[in-house]
Design a protein around this ligand. Sequence first.
Ligand SMILES: [Mg+2]
Length: 231
Amino acid sequence: MQTTTLLLWDIDGTLIASGGAGMKALQAALKNVFGVDGSLATIDFAGRTDTWIMREVFLRFGIPATEANFTRFFEGYLSELPAMLHNPHARVLPGVREILRAAEGHGAFAQGLLTGNKRRGALAKLARHGLWGHFTFGAFGDDSEFRNELGPHAVRRARAACGLDFPPARTWVIGDTPHDIACGRVIGARTLAVATGSSTADELRAHAPDVVLDDLSDTARVLALLAGGHG
Ligand SMILES: [Mg+2]
């Protein structure tokens, strides 16, 4: 079958739950690198990029947001992350393995990532569950501090990887927060919002994505939705 449709997947709350590993790794890095023993519990991580989150932490604790500090903070985070990801609450979300495999086998889909994680963090989170191999391209938090700027990078890399132009009507952005919906809208893509992360289905519905699902467990239905190109 000819490849016609681009699927751009968010990671946290969409493909996997990390059991708080991201926040715990960042908190450990804050202590190890900057000697600050502070709580990050009130920072709203969901749907943000790594750099955006680190800048919030710097602001909160009065740490200069220099390029060197961003680098030190991220390296500290990355060294803590694998251990933090091995917690009993880290898991692949319902139906994710099945839909990724089904989309791969279907033939019409190219699958990439569209995530606020920097690439090396995304790799750690997905490799933990054997999911990294599903994706050959993506846009990451390395591309921009702002999620709404990530879409064009993902589309450009999809074109380079597949040698195809995917029109917005054949592009899906799949995520768990209003930020994912907004980010999809910027590139004119269709949006599938899934309530397995920090937002409820009703909260997501208020942002008018094309489709809202409680989870991705009904593989046949999800595949039909994505292949149909409409909700
Ligand atoms: Mg997410």
